[in-house]
Design a protein. Structure first.
Length: 133
């Protein structure tokens, strides 16, 4: 069962390669990478096992700030995030929030449409490049 508002793409690569490709493209587009969190490493530090699960937090203040100026609650979902994870069969997946769903969730009006469209297209493009053979 897929989570509402979540886009998930199957990767042709392992988790590390997928995330490295995604991060390189983000940086190449001039976006800021705020953090890369290795959840499996955190689990291991607590004595627990977790398949590869990495979160990248990134964004662009020029795009995100106007959205927060309109509706500050979208700040809970910004900066952007992508999760690269591996399922029980060893398949790697890349998941991120649907920007249109976020706009609806926070009640952004039509003045945000161009920004949301740009963000959604960029995320889709970066995800496709990171997961493609």
């Amino acid at each position: 069962m897929a989570a509402e508002g979540l886009i998930t793409v199957r990767s042709s690569h392992g988790p590390e390669v997928t995330m490295n490709r995604f991060e390189a493209d983000v940086r190449g587009r001039g976006m800021t990478v705020f953090a890369r969190i290795d959840h499996a490493m955190g689990a291991a530090a607590a004595g627990l096992l977790l398949r590869s699960t990495d979160l990248l937090i990134f964004g662009n203040a020029r795009a995100g700030t106007p959205l927060m100026q309109d509706v500050q609650t979208i700040g809970i979902d910004l900066p952007l995030k992508v999760l690269v994870w591996q399922d029980t069969s060893g398949t790697t997946w890349l998941s991120y929030n649907d920007q249109n769903w976020l706009a609806q969730r926070h009640g952004l009006d039509e003045t945000a449409n161009a920004t949301i469209k740009t963000m959604a297209e960029a995320l889709q493009d970066i995800a496709e490049k990171a997961t493609a053979p």
